[in-house]
Design a protein. Structure first.
Length: 202
């Protein structure tokens, strides 16, 4: 919904994202009972500066894809990408209950994959870039990554892909990422299979 709001603001010149709240909630079938929560989270985003630098946006829900040296395809979507000459700010919105611990942030593979993907898609980005996780229930948490990090992490991803392919008996660990799992059709968790059937993903 925030992406539709950004598009509305860019197209109309509006400086208040709440101008589009009712229309956006109608578009995404959000119940009226959640309006106060939306107001709260949007107010935080405004206060923290999420709606600044709209003119620097290169994409929202931006699809990125690249191949590793072993031809493993890596794909994903970036919530919002701002590019500033030779650097970038990759913004990822989070509504999770807990903030990242420092170690989780420094080793975050989502951030590292975004670092690789942006550098491959936007060759002018050669300086250190920022991945900022906008935890609207907590705070903004940032990690800075370099071109050297991207090279190293590409090699580590090849090892990770090899490890995944060699696993003959993967164990389920239910989370919000289940929808992306290549094994969901064989998942032994009845509750997950029922959920995916209901959503038409099986």
């Amino acid at each position: 919904m925030e992406h539709a709001t950004l598009a509305y603001m860019s197209g109309t010149g509006s400086t208040n994202p709440l101008d589009y709240k009712v229309a956006a909630c109608r578009e995404f079938s959000v119940e009226v009972e959640y309006y106060p929560l939306i107001d709260e989270l949007v107010a935080k985003a405004i206060g923290w500066g999420y709606f600044r630098n709209i003119d620097r946006i290169k994409g929202v829900e931006l699809e990125v894809a690249f191949n590793l040296n072993d031809n493993t395809e890596v794909t994903g979507f970036i919530d919002r990408l701002d590019v500033f000459d030779q650097t970038a700010d990759i913004k990822d919105l989070k509504t999770q209950k807990n903030a990242f611990e420092p170690e989780e942030l420094s080793l975050n593979w989502q951030a590292r994959i975004y670092n690789i993907a942006v550098r491959k898609k936007f060759l002018q980005v050669v300086d250190k870039l920022c991945v900022s996780f906008w935890g609207l229930r907590h705070r903004v948490q940032k990690v800075w990554l370099t071109a050297e990090d991207a090279v190293r992490d590409c090699l580590a991803l090849v090892d990770k892909a090899r490890e995944i392919r060699s696993c003959s008996n993967p164990q389920p660990s239910p989370s919000g990422l289940c929808q992306f799992c290549g094994y969901r059709e064989q998942c032994p968790q009845p509750s997950l299979k029922k959920m995916f059937k209901k959503k038409g993903r099986l």
